[in-house]
Design a protein around this ligand. Sequence first.
Ligand SMILES: [Zn+2]
Length: 216
Amino acid sequence: MLFQSRGVFALGLRMCSTHVAKGPDMSEFRKVFSKAKHIVIITGAGVSAESGVPTFRGENEKWRKWQSQDLATPEAFSRTPSRVWEFYHYRRELALNKKPNTAHLAIAECEARLRKQGRSVVVITQCTDDLHRQAGSKHVLKIHGSLMETRCVNCGHVTMNKRSPICAALKGKGSPDPDVADAQIPVDKLPRYDQCQLILIMLMVSSTSLSKKRQG
Ligand SMILES: [Zn+2]
């Protein structure tokens, strides 16, 4: 089983949270941690907030008049690809030039150190930026996908893409202002994968759409 103990699980929580009022029992934690061979570190949006990546919660939850989770679905993409691309373009541009902070670096250092001891570390993250990888983490599972990776809707080809803007038609688009109208960019001007000439979609599934599927 991947999760060795609640103590190991707590490492991720403690590193990420700026609101740890009462920490876990660290001596007990160290004891468990020293014996663990497979360690999972779980991070949420808070770990990248320190780097300046917005959490898209609270007042940032809406983009124009839509909830983020209503746009981050394959269904929304097939209905209104231009609007969904504007939304992702906005989020990509906010995350593109951010740098890993001390939490990302500590997690990567932990992985490197334990690897030399024959122990493995996996980071499971809700973050859609690239900061864990930039910090040096090798094993990162992104449960909400990645803003910097694109997938061809035809052949499934996945590639890292950090172009800014990702295509000419999106330059200057994507304002979250509710009074801004959709750019209504034609499909053939949206981002494409050269070999297939088909539009790309981010590897992104919102937690809400996942939970809807589970309920269905
Ligand atoms: Zn393709």
